[in-house]
Structures are given as C-alpha cells and as structure tokens.
Design a protein around this ligand. Structure first.
Ligand code: NAD
Ligand code: IPM
Ligand code: MN
Length: 370
C-alpha cells in the first residue's frame, strides 16, 4: 500500500468529448485519493485543438514541460473538423507528445466481460471469453517517417529499426508471461520490407521466452480472425498503424469503442493514459459519451504508478456499473456520461467503506508491531 504518496498528474482533456470523459475519470481518481491516504494533484492544461485556440500550437512548450515533469499524464482525446487541414493539426501534437516522452509501447487491453456478451455485435458464442491485449509500437513506422506532398504525388516513409522492434517485442512477451502465454505477431511480411525485418526480429526475441508460444499472421487475416475467432488471440504484437486499426476493431467486440482504455509507456519517465477513441465530435457536448475508456485508462494509470490495488478497485467499480445495467447510448442505454461516472463513484464509495476499515486494521497492526 502506497499511503502518503503524493503525485502530480497532468490532465489533458483535449477536444470534443475528451473533456467530458476525462472529467469523469478525474472525479473517480479524486475520490480514491481522498479515501486512500494518497495525494494526487491534478494540473489541467490545454492540448490539441484547444491549445491551438489558446496558444497557437497543439502542444505548447509549457504543456510539454509539465508532462515531462509529471508522474503521469491523463488524456481525453484531440482533433475535430475545426482544425482539420491546418499545417499543424491537433493530432500532430499527440504524436509529438508520444515521441517526446519516448512512449514506444501502447497497451490496449480488450475483453468481453463475462455476463456482457449480449453487448457484442458478434454472436455470443463467438464473443464469449475474448480477452486480448494489443501491444502496439507507438513511436515508429509510417507515423514518423518522412513525408512528401505535392498536388501530383505524395509519400509516407515507413521505417523500423531492429532495436525498435526488439524493445516492443520484449514488452509483448513479458505481458504474455503474465497472461495466456501466447503472442501473435501481426505484420504484412508478404509485401513490406519493414514487416520482413519485424518477423525475423520477433522470432529471435521469442527465443528468450521459451514458455511463450509465438505465431504470425498477416494483418488482413488477423482483421478477419478478430471477428470470427477472437478467442484465438492472447497478446497481439504489431506495428504502429496496424495496431491503431486493429484496436478499433477489437474494441467493438466488447460492445463499443467507448470501453477501451490504454497505457502508453516508455523505458523511463511518465506514462500517458488515454481512451483509444477519438474526440467523438458527433456526440460532443451532449453528455452522452461513454466515459468507460477514460476511467479504464485511469485504472491503468494507478497500476503503472505502483497503486495496483487502487487500480483494481476502480476497474471493479467500472465492471460492476456495466453489469448492473448502467449503459450509455453507444451500448443501447440512456445513462448520461456524468450519470455513468457517478454510478462508478457510488460503487467506489461502497467499496471504500470496507477499504477504510482495512486501512485502519493495517495501521493498528503496524502500530502494535512497531
Ligand atoms: P472517434 O473515435 O472520435 O469516433 C468514432 C465513432 O465512435 C463516432 O461515431 C463516435 O461518436 C463514437 N465514439 C467514440 N468515442 C465514443 C465514446 N466514448 N462514447 C460513445 N461513442 C463514442 O473517431 P473519428 O470520428 O474517426 O475521429 C474524430 C476525431 O478524433 C478526429 O479528429 C480524429 O483525428 C480524432 N482522434 C483522436 C484520437 C486521440 O486523441 N487519441 C483517437 C482517434 C481519433
Ligand atoms: C489513436 C489515434 C491517433 C493514432 C491519432 C489521433 C493520431 O487514432 O490514438 O488511436 O492514430 O495513433
Ligand atoms: Mn486510433
């Protein structure tokens, strides 16, 4: 238990529905902080389109400096038609932040929650038991290669070094050891040079993990298998763009893109925690977005901060809320974003009554033994 720890969390609500969903996550964290002897301090800063409006840049230097100095960064989402086509779009700020913080590993866990199979657009017998972690490489590939553009032709260069592939492969194999001991590496090695190096490098890294099974799939076949046989996957290891696309597909197997949180981490320094969805412009400002992905991201943040017990408590409160039938519109319900968040906090309060008792007992015991 990490009592008496104080931590600085930079919150980047961003654009569209980002501020709505991240506000619910922050309120959950504040509740946990108040009850559990923590001192989580939040600094909320403009980012993305909001920062273009106020500071002329999606990632102002002051925001980047605050993120670098934080214990963790919690983000909503960025982007929207207002800023589309600008020389520096909100999305460019996000890429710059990921790169500046060295966040090469993006972890996107998705599962069909037992009892909630009916939320899946897939048949229950196909969806049942699906539990997949996408390990997406986040600071390389076509996202960061040189680009050219003219009215007649354009190009995006895709580059991967062996070292970049090795370090993300280690993340995937280590995660698989803690889960179902299987890695599926997804590439396009029948076409792309980067994928050929990817496959060769992953095979070499796999030798260090004899207890973990490895197989390979081409990305097109993987996209198909995700919706025909999602249980065949445990950890999916893949490059930046394939991971982006496959994780949106995977998210709806559980019911909605609004459900998935993510952790982006590097070797050192603060992690960035954000739902996988975008700014959901079509529903922004209506208080109807699903804050589950933002709350799940907050739970992952707690875990990465060494507060796994609190992350677990938050994740459980989220699961209970969904199982109790509290659902936002994307899941066919009528709960507002704020109502959903409040229901999660209601479960947290109930749980924390027991936690307080537990805390007192631990403190008393410590007192006795001292
Ligand atoms: P999107 O994820 O914002 O929305 C896709 C669909 O899913 C929409 O119908 C939306 O209403 C729905 N949706 C998304 N999140 C939801 C939630 N929490 N609850 C309920 N429904 C939800 O993707 P898009 O429409 O392609 O992109 C919109 C903007 O967001 C673009 O500017 C894009 O670049 C940006 N974007 C940002 C991020 C990010 O910040 N990490 C991620 C993806 C897209
Ligand atoms: C995501 C988003 C981003 C990405 C965009 C907004 C740059 O789609 O986080 O999944 O492609 O990585
Ligand atoms: Mn995406």
């Amino acid at each position: 238990m990490n009592k008496d720890r104080d931590m600085n969390i930079v919150v980047l609500p961003g654009d569209g529905a980002g501020p709505e969903v991240s506000a619910e996550a922050v309120k959950c964290l504040e509740l946990l902080s108040d009850h559990c002897g923590l001192d989580l301090r939040f600094e909320t800063l403009d980012f993305g389109g909001a920062a273009i409006d106020t500071a002329g840049s999606p990632l102002p230097d002051s925001t980047l400096a605050a993120c670098k100095g934080a214990d963790a960064v919690l983000m909503g989402a960025v982007g929207g038609p207002r800023w589309d086509g600008r020389p520096e779009m909100p999305e460019a700020g996000l890429l710059k932040l990921r790169r500046a913080l060295g966040l090469f590993a993006n972890l996107r866990p998705a599962r069909v929650i037992p009892g909630l199979e009916a939320l899946s657009p897939l048949r229950a017998d196909v969806a049942e038991g699906a539990d997949v972690l996408v390990v997406r490489e986040l600071t390389g590939g076509v996202y960061f290669g040189e680009r050219t553009f003219s009215e007649e032709a354009a190009s995006d260069l895709c580059v991967y070094s062996r070292a970049e592939i090795e370090r993300i492969a280690h993340v995937a194999f280590q995660a698989a050891r803690r889960r179902g001991r299987k890695v599926t590496s997804v590439d396009k090695a029948n076409v792309m040079a980067t994928s050929k190096l990817w496959r060769r490098t992953v095979v070499e890294v796999a030798e260090q993990y004899p207890g973990v099974a490895l197989d390979h799939m081409y990305v097109d076949a993987a996209a198909m298998a995700l919706v025909t046989n999602p249980r065949r996957f445990d950890v999916i290891l893949t490059e930046n763009m394939f991971g982006d696309i496959l994780s949106d597909e995977l998210s709806v197997i559980g019911g909605s893109i609004g459900l998935l949180g993510s952790a982006s981490v590097g070797e050192t320094g603060p992690g960035l925690f954000e739902p996988i969805h975008g700014s959901a412009i079509d529903i922004a400002g209506l208080d109807i977005a699903n804050p589950s992905g933002a709350i799940a991201s907050a739970a992952m943040m707690l875990e990465h901060l060494g507060l796994a017990d609190m992350g677990h408590i938050l994740g459980e409160a989220l699961r209970k809320t969904l199982l109790a039938g509290c659902r936002t519109a994307d899941l066919g319900g009528s709960a507002r974003c704020s109502e959903f968040g409040e229901t999660v906090r209601e479960y947290l309060r109930r749980r924390l009554v027991h936690y307080d008792v537990h805390l007192e007992l631990v403190t008393m015991n410590r007192g006795c033994c001292a």
